[in-house]
Write a protein that binds this ligand. Structure first.
Ligand code: CTP
Length: 369
């Protein structure tokens, strides 16, 4: 039996990038032999094992064949006679389909090293088309490696367009799509992810509302801003959705099954943008209404992300209003219910008194503007 380092670790080493996980392929072995050597089997579908000490993944060399449509229905064949080359051939991109033997020799049957040199994201074989998730993965690698000069090879872009035309993207389950979007939002150039999806036609299935040129450009520049400001996933996602009307942003976030914090921030951002546009002067009542809608009283934690998103989504001419909002929030949250209770307010009257006091303080804080 022989073991080889494969996939991302070999790619990243050649790129001079830090190696995160190391995955291994084993040829010439059976599951029984692996178990006898102390490896632990993980996953029922594939013959994948964990090393007893390093906990790194060791997979028996396998081939995969698609049966039927969609993501399910792969038949996996694994036996000691499956070669390393056969295992590499079922992989997505040539840069991900290289291996390194234990004595340091590179095994590169599909020209991965040359594609690293020429900065190409190229599919290994027609088997790429068997897994539509690979469209999203390729877009994500483009987003990650764009700063190094990588682009999607013409032939791969054509294959992805064909897959989209064949309706393959419709078979992806929202959970897998969201997982790729979420990861893409944190890659070096997240906008590139959506550009690749647009160019191959997949965006029309994933976030069709962004296919219009104006919305698309606005979304990408808001996202770029949220990314360079170090925003969390929710802020990045809300920035992406920010050019859309609130109902569209809300429905699309729900269909994508984005996590609640992402859905909430996208809805709130798109609801507040027109209100902020409409506010033409420092108005305590309008500012308080916005703070109420943002529920800053109970959701103070979310406010920083909201402001960051709004700043990225709104043109510079509107930024002064965000300063108003911030100082209104500071003034209003200083109101202490306890003090008003000590004055004898209770129940509904207490609520009214809190509101009046908040309005008062927001008005006063205007002196600083
Ligand atoms: N792979 C594939 N098709 C997929 C998923 C994975 O061909 N749909 C292959 C690729 O060869 C990839 C390897 O499995 O290199 C491991 O996949 P994964 O751990 O998801 O990605 P990495 O390439 O290691 O990249 P990352 O740095 O994002 O972890």
């Amino acid at each position: 039996m022989k073991t080889y380092l494969v996939g991302g670790a070999v790619r990243d080493e050649l790129l001079g990038l830090p190696v995160k996980d190391r995955d291994w392929v084993v040829t010439g072995a059976t599951p029984d032999e692996m178990l006898k050597r102390g490896f632990k089997q993980v996953g029922a579908d594939f013959p994948v094992f964990l090393h007893p000490h390093t906990r790194e993944e060791y997979a028996l060399a396998r081939t995969e064949r698609k049966q039927g449509q969609g993501y399910h229905g792969f038949s996996v064949y694994s036996a000691p006679d499956v070669t390393l080359e056969e295992d590499l051939k079922r992989r997505d991109l040539t840069i991900n389909a290289m291996a390194k033997s234990t004595n340091g020799e590179l095994v590169d049957p599909f020209g991965g090293r040359e594609d690293i040199r020429t900065r190409n994201l190229r599919h290994v074989s027609e088997a790429f088309a068997e897994d539509p998730l690979r469209i999203l993965r390729t877009a994500r690698f483009a987003a990650r490696l764009q700063p190094l000069g990588f682009t999607v090879a013409k032939s791969t872009m054509a294959l992805m367009q064909q897959m989209v035309d064949d309706g393959e993207v419709e078979h992806l389950v929202p959970e897998r799509v969201w997982q790729e979007i979420q990861r893409a939002l944190h890659e070096n150039e997240p906008g590139t992810f959506f550009e690749v999806l647009r160019d191959c036609g997949a965006l029309a299935y994933i976030i069709p509302e962004l296919c219009q040129e104006d919305e698309f450009q606005a979304a990408i520049s808001a996202l770029r801003c949220a990314h360079s400001s170090g925003g969390e996933t929710a802020a990045r996602f809300a920035a992406l959705m920010s050019p859309l009307p609130m109902t569209e942003a809300r429905n699309r976030s729900a269909q994508l099954k984005a996590p609640n914090d992402c859905q909430d921030l996208a809805r709130l951002t798109t609801s507040l943008i027109p209100q902020i546009h409409a506010m033409n002067s420092y108005r305590a009542d309008e500012l308080l209404r916005i703070l109420d809608e943002a529920d800053v009283w109970r959701r103070a934690d979310r406010f920083a992300g909201l402001l960051l998103t709004l700043k990225c989504a709104l043109p510079e001419t509107e930024h002064e209003k965000l300063d108003w909002l911030e100082s209104a929030q500071r003034a209003a949250t200083a109101v202490q219910a306890k003090e008003l209770m000590a004055q004898g307010y209770r129940g509904k009257e207490l609520g009214e008194a809190i509101r009046k006091e908040r309005l008062q303080r927001i008005s006063e804080s205007n002196h600083t503007h």
